[in-house]
Write a protein that binds this ligand. Sequence first.
Ligand code: HEC
Length: 151
Amino acid sequence: MRNTPLKLTVHSMVIGITVILTVFSNSSWAEKDNREAIVLDDVNRTFILHEMRQNVSGLQQAITALSKDDMKGAASALRPLGMQSMANIPPDLMSTVPDGFMQIGMPLHLAFDKIADAAGKGASTKDILSSIGVAMNRCVACHTAYRIEPK
Ligand code: HEC
């Protein structure tokens, strides 16, 4: 007796696996890195990458604080990611990076200050998380557009 449903299932599985293999074999990330390279000397590169790691650690602390509805803790974790993080910027960094880099990055610092202000004024955990989610689109956008290469 013919078992049509089973045949169909096997058939769809074969198609499914073929599609998956095709998609994955085409996604070799090394080949597809179309991000614009920003060539930076050691001082500038070290500064930016240090700032990036501070982003991760500040967000980690903020999320941990938010999980306890600790708004003061969230505010003080986010504040260092605001404009104050530009205080020690190497003098030639701004003129070295592409305009687009600054256009994505600067509003992110301003956003973190605003979010820290809101958390300090007792905004809800949900609102703060929502604002962080929106702000982090800039992390994603910039990482999609640029990479750094040592000089
Ligand atoms: C204005 C652009 C820009 C923004 C905004 C940005 N990044 Fe980055 N980030 C970069 C670039 C460029 C690199 C280097 C990537 C590469 O060379 O592959 C990087 C690297 C990193 C690294 C690796 C650091 C290391 O030591 O290698 C981390 C972690 C990181 N970013 C986190 C974040 C987080 C979290 C945010 C948002 C809060 C963020 N970044 C926002 C541009 C940006």
